[in-house]
Design a protein around this ligand. Structure first.
Ligand code: SAH
Length: 282
């Protein structure tokens, strides 16, 4: 859609953006550079209309990453902000997230990145995000650690399509979507992932058998959980053992900037199978 838009008190009409136009905000120029085919003034105008707090969100992101000990590159910052704009632009016409835009930095970005407190992401190569919804935590993980190969899986096509489109618009490669239900054993993904992540998908007792088949021997799964997980973990104990996994750690983590407490539940698939009926050979 071409149209007339006001950015920093200057009016723009439809047409292509010049990345060297320094009268435009930096993020708009980044957007144009990252993905030239979407860089028309009409689109940028629509994005700008959702983004009154750009500077504040960028600062909170930078501060939050600092608090997590994560270096935030200009590319990552730009992509996380563009993801916000894409998400809330789409959320206006379909139901993707209930988190308001004011909570995006903490509840979507920093929450996704909290995983660095449980796993050294530099040593992970393949990630599956089970029940990714609109792409969380998978897309922020890919943005922050670009070396990752990520598969986003969800049973809801509408959300998955958004996630796939967003990755394209953000200029990300090495991230793809697979539509399916985890419990229906998605053959091409079995035993493929160094790390399976799941946020807000199901209680542990239900989630563990869903994610178990996708973890490589020697790999891990991390479930993003809230503060109160005692009951859930009690129920999950026998399920974890039956799935030939080990509970590696429950890592409490505090969301920078908000004080909200999370628990990251890390499970591991041993290199040699363990569990009822199997014994290590001597
Ligand atoms: N992880 C995202 C979305 C959470 S909502 C976030 O934290 O924002 C839970 C998502 O899990 C939904 O999109 C739903 O479609 C998906 N889901 C639930 N059960 C599933 C299953 N068995 N297999 C695949 N996806 C599932």
């Amino acid at each position: 859609m071409a149209g007339e838009w006001r950015v920093r008190d200057k009016e723009y009409r439809g047409g292509r953006i010049r990345t060297g136009d320094h009268s435009l905000p930096k993020r708009v120029r980044y957007q144009a550079a990252l993905h030239p085919e979407h860089a028309d003034y009409g689109r940028i105008g629509r994005l700008m209309s959702t983004t009154d707090d750009l500077a504040a969100d960028a600062a909170r992101l930078a501060e939050g990453c600092d608090g997590l000990g994560l270096p935030l590159t200009p590319e990552a910052l730009t992509r996380l902000i563009l993801l916000r704009d894409l998400l809330y632009e789409a959320n206006a016409v379909m139901n993707l997230t209930r988190v308001p835009v004011s909570g995006y930095v903490e509840l979507h970005c920093l929450d996704s990145l909290l995983i660095c407190q449980a796993v050294d992401m530099r040593r992970v190569r393949t990630v599956m995000d089970l029940g990714c919804g609109a792409g969380f935590p998978g897309i922020p993980l890919k943005i922050m650690w670009p070396h990752l190969r990520v598969v986003l899986v969800d049973s809801t096509l509408k959300k998955l399509r958004f996630a796939g489109d967003a990755c394209g618009k953000l200029g990300l490669s090495g991230i793809r979507t697979v539509h399916g239900r985890a419990e229906e054993r998605i053959g091409e993904l079995v035993y493929r992932s160094d790390l399976v992540v799941a946020r807000a998908v199901a209680p542990m007792a239900r989630l563990v058998p869903w994610l178990a088949p996708y973890i490589k021997p020697g790999g891990r799964a991390v479930a993003y959980k809230g503060a109160d997980i005692e009951g859930e973990m009690r129920e999950a104990g026998p399920v974890i053992a039956r799935s030939s996994l080990e509970l590696e750690a429950v890592v409490p983590a505090t969301l920078p900037g908000s004080g909200i407490v999370r628990n990251l539940v890390a499970l591991r698939r041993p290199v040699a199978p363990t569990g009822p009926g199997t014994r290590a050979r001597r």
